[in-house]
Design a protein around this ligand. Structure first.
Ligand SMILES: *[C@@H]1O[C@H](CO)[C@@H](O)[C@H](O)[C@H]1NC(C)=O
Ligand SMILES: *[C@@H]1O[C@H](CO)[C@@H](O)[C@H](O)[C@H]1NC(C)=O
Ligand SMILES: *[C@@H]1O[C@H](CO)[C@@H](O)[C@H](O)[C@H]1NC(C)=O
Ligand SMILES: *[C@@H]1O[C@H](CO)[C@@H](O)[C@H](O)[C@H]1NC(C)=O
Ligand SMILES: *[C@@H]1O[C@H](CO)[C@@H](O)[C@H](O)[C@H]1NC(C)=O
Length: 316
């Protein structure tokens, strides 16, 4: 039955609501658990299967976290990858795994527009390596970028407009304002309107722009616009809908800024029931180092941390 292998955070939400309505009767009786199809899940004592019937992790005797949900969903060629923190190894199903690349856009990375983004520019090459590794194993590359519309300009809150005004707090210098031109090797570039969809400043930086276009043409990559720091905020977003419809469960994260847009999307994915892997060396920021330390500290608690070289070596 098709529904038996369907992973969806929305199913989980429905289950969670059903469970919460039973809380006064806890601990759950067998009949109640059967009624909600939760028998055999992590409610059993002394098992290392954590989660619900559809969305669960299994901790294997050797400590590897098996994220494949293979009792409910078909597996192709699962991969075992080393991680850096206390959850030191994961087993993933490539067909339900994606690499989420956040905001590696000209606005945030081009030296003329963001001179301070030295670490972000240094993350370009390891990001390229991760993209190639993921594509090689049939794992989707998901570009998640600011790409505002006129409607967004009407509805985006004042705090965001202030934060993106470059400190001026002038309405003509925040989202949607014309950024003029820059000279790049003698060529004049129209930078476009600040983070508007289709503008040059909202395109991925350098070689990443070329790779995004190639990936979209080949069908290995997908592009999702966002209109807040998080690409998964609120009830639903283009990224969220795609993840749900394509039965994704496991997301690797990289981009800029690690503690802002990467972090917002990472925690929303965690809240919605996805496995989240923070890829340390491709997640960079212009913020102080303590902001990045916060990401590392919490990513280890919410999910996993890895680095591109160890992941790519294990992927093969
Ligand atoms: C742990 O055991 C599983 C199942 O035997 C195996 O696939 C996996 O590679 C092991 N993990 C490590 C880190 O060796
Ligand atoms: C990369 O990850 C591997 C495996 O978790 C770890 O052994 C190694 O120390 C990490 N390297 C860096 C530079 O963080
Ligand atoms: C925005 O308006 C102020 C005040 O009129 C002006 O000084 C500034 O140059 C304008 N900024 C842009 C980007 O046009
Ligand atoms: C501009 O020219 C320099 C030196 O020739 C080159 O290294 C750089 O890649 C060029 N930049 C672009 C964006 O083409
Ligand atoms: C991979 O996932 C897609 C989309 O969810 C599905 O249609 C396809 O059957 C899956 N392939 C395998 C081999 O499981």
């Amino acid at each position: 039955m098709a529904v038996a292998r369907f992973f969806s955070p929305m199913n989980l939400l429905v289950s969670a609501l059903a469970i919460s309505s039973l809380c006064s009767a806890s601990p759950f009786g067998l009949e109640e658990r059967q009624a909600y199809a939760l028998v055999g899940d992590g409610f059993e004592a002394a098992t290392s299967t954590l989660g619900s019937y559809y969305n669960y992790w299994r901790k294997l005797p050797n400590g590897t976290f098996d994220l494949t949900r293979s009792d409910r969903s078909p597996v192709t060629t699962p991969k075992v990858l080393p991680m850096m923190a206390h959850r030191s190894s994961i087993k993933i199903e490539p067909n339900r795994t994606g690499l989420v690349i956040i905001d590696m856009q000209n606005f945030f990375l081009h030296p003329d527009l963001s001179p301070k983004a030295v670490n972000g520019r240094a993350a370009v090459q390891p990001t390229v390596n991760m993209i190639n590794g993921f594509r090689k194993h049939g794992m989707k590359v998901l570009w998640v970028n600011w790409g505002l519309t006129e409607y967004d300009l009407l509805t985006i809150p004042p705090a965001f407009k202030s934060g993106f005004s470059g400190g001026s707090d002038l309405a003509n210098e925040t989202f949607g304002s014309d950024m003029g031109t820059i000279k790049d090797n003698g060529t004049t570039i129209e930078v476009g309107r600040l983070l508007m969809r289709g503008s040059w400043n909202a395109e991925p930086y350098g070689v990443l722009g070329t790779m995004k276009n190639e990936g979209l043409a080949a069908g290995t990559d997908m592009l999702f616009n966002k209109n807040r720091l998080s690409g998964l905020w609120g009830p639903q977003t283009p990224l969220g809908l795609w993840l749900q419809e394509n039965e994704m469960s496991t997301l690797f994260f990289g981009g800029v800024n690690a503690d802002q847009c990467v972090w917002s999307t990472f925690v929303d994915a965690y809240f919605k029931g996805y496995d989240v892997i923070y890829v340390d060396d491709i997640s960079q920021t212009t913020s102080p180092s303590y902001a990045q330390e916060m990401c590392r500290y919490n990513a280890a608690g919410y999910g996993f941390i890895g680095n591109s070289s160890a992941i790519l070596k294990a992927l093969g």
